[in-house]
Design a protein around this ligand. Structure first.
Ligand SMILES: O=C([O-])CC(=O)C(=O)O
Ligand SMILES: [Mg+2]
Length: 223
């Protein structure tokens, strides 16, 4: 073959292969914010993807095992355990996912707003200031969260419609239940660092929950 033709063919082949590799690298899931304290780098930034429940459960080690295998991360503060103050609700006892933080006080408008979004396997962590005077999460938004693919909801406050919530395929943790509803003013702050159950938690960190307790990790843990 003419050397010029050979060169052209090789050049074209190289371009086709490079295009294919580029297409494969594209990830469609949304990019999460970097947890506070982490440099924002694409490599360290966890991406959310839809994970089938079976795969999720298959991959997730028990929180006790995670603690035993990661003493260095505990010493450095990258892995923390929430104080054991939460009651367990919802059908999913074991759940994990990237964290979305929300701070409200006796007001549930922003809680509902978040759970109306697609969840992509995320966990909504709500600092409700520990209020024992009303419920900031009810059965309707939990149903929606289940249908929208949220993995779980952790509430530093109270919930209501417990029977309904216990029928939902999602993990819910809260301090307790209360029959009274919350205000509807829409006050609160999204995606800010919060401190609940003795633990500082940032948006974009990872939460792992099972019957033994709740862990928060700066980054996704390989299990
Ligand atoms: O209405 C409320 O504030 C809470 C509630 O019961 C629900 O959302 O189902
Ligand atoms: Mg209700």
């Amino acid at each position: 073959m003419n050397p010029l033709v050979t060169l052209c063919v090789l050049y074209l082949l190289e371009r086709i292969i490079k295009e294919r590799i580029k297409k494969r690298k594209k990830v469609k899931a949304p990019l999460l914010p970097s947890p506070c304290g982490l440099k924002s780098s694409k490599d360290k930034n966890p991406r959310v993807r839809l994970v089938p429940l079976a795969e999720l459960l298959g991959r997730m080690a028990a929180t006790a095992e995670v603690c035993d295998a990661n003493s260095q991360l505990i010493v450095s503060g990258e892995l923390r355990a929430l104080h054991p103050v939460f009651q367990i609700y919802g059908r999913r006892q074991v759940f994990s996912g990237p964290i979305v933080t929300l701070k409200v006080f006796e007001d549930n408008v922003l809680v509902r707003e978040f759970l109306e979004e697609k969840g992509y396997g995320r966990v909504l962590v709500v600092d409700g200031g520990g209020s024992m005077r009303c419920a900031i999460l009810g059965g309707n938004p939990v149903q929606q969260a289940q249908n929208n693919g949220w993995a779980g909801i952790v509430v530093n406050g109270c919930i209501r419609d417990v029977d309904e919530i216990n029928g939902c395929d999602i993990g819910v943790r809260a301090l307790g239940s209360h029959p009274m509803k919350a205000n509807k003013k829409g006050m609160g702050e999204k995606h800010i660092p919060i401190t609940i159950a003795g633990t500082r938690i940032c948006d974009g960190e990872w939460l792992y929950a099972d019957a033994d307790g709740i862990l928060v990790s700066r980054t996704e843990l390989s299990v």
